[in-house]
Design a protein around this ligand. Sequence first.
Ligand SMILES: Nc1ncnc2c1ncn2[C@@H]1O[C@H](COP(=O)(O)OP(=O)(O)OP(=O)(O)O)[C@@H](O)[C@H]1O
Ligand SMILES: O=P(O)(O)OC[C@@]1(O)O[C@H](CO)[C@@H](O)[C@@H]1O
Length: 318
Amino acid sequence: MATAPRIITLSLNSAIDQTITVPGFALDSVNRVVATQTDAGGKGVNVACFLAHVGHAVALAGLLGRDTSALFTRHFAATGVTDITVHVHGATRTNLKIIDPDGGSITDLNFPGPGVSTADVDAVLRSMERAASGGLDWLVLSGSLPAGLPSSIYAELTTWGQKQGARVVLDTSGAPLADALAARPDIIKPNQDELEALVGSPMSDQDAVAAAAGRLVADGIGLVVVSRGPEGAILRDRHSAWLAVPPDVPVASTVGAGDAMVAGLVHAAIRGLPLNETARQATGFALGALGEIGPRLPDPDRIEALARQVTVTPLDVG
Ligand SMILES: Nc1ncnc2c1ncn2[C@@H]1O[C@H](COP(=O)(O)OP(=O)(O)OP(=O)(O)O)[C@@H](O)[C@H]1O
Ligand SMILES: O=P(O)(O)OC[C@@]1(O)O[C@H](CO)[C@@H](O)[C@@H]1O
């Protein structure tokens, strides 16, 4: 019998997601909240819970504020994630997600998060070393960094993960993404804005995105997945490039769609799927997240049904 893959996801800047529904949300005016929902979140938390949801054994490493840890602890128990987080003084940040059902908009207000100390980060590293002592197959590094951490930390963790024998997936933006590229993570998933910021120029069409992804692959990144909201995603590795276009679906909230895509990429790789089927599976996960308010997924059969509606086509990249 094959052994279960050993997975750690890391959440250095976890978040409590407070989603508020505000019909006709407008700047410069009084807005009325008609519904509110509070969820444990943060990109690493979401990826861990999504992977556990489809049956993987996952350890979640990272930092949580002691004052607000109960929300997370309940969520991990409910989703079956092994919690190896370090609890620090204070509260985890709360991010606001404003849904306007009339205008169809979703506005994210993400806070920087509390500053962390070197001792906090050392404790996280020790927890990861203990969890990986029997071996590690996957390390997922997701999200922004809290104040006080050097932007090189994901580069260092990429090198550490690969030394453990793991494939490293990175989903972040700005300087932490730029700095980590030299360490050559196995998979990165920028969205188009993040890719444009990384290469320093806007991309007008899918050919430009595929070309930029190709340059990153040529520089040693195994798989580059560029998500483009309703326009889908482009996946590029050394051998091929694919475009995955989602069907037109009702969107309850886009929060967590990118994290679901990351979980779908890991799930597909563990299943040994070829890149075109990986594109379908990862988009199916993202579509699953879109149907829900807050970072959650529907049951696996529904995810498979959504994946079957995704149009996957090869891109001619020469
Ligand atoms: N409005 C939409 N309609 C259909 N599919 C969508 C829509 N928005 C997102 N998706 C799907 O979700 C995937 C990931 O979305 P997106 O590009 O917004 O990720 P992201 O910016 O990383 O998200 P986040 O950071 O909010 O989790 C897309 O590639 C697409 O397949
Ligand atoms: O501020 P970051 O770390 O970039 O993103 C944080 C966040 O927007 O990411 C998740 C959705 O992807 C949410 O649960 C959370 O609030």
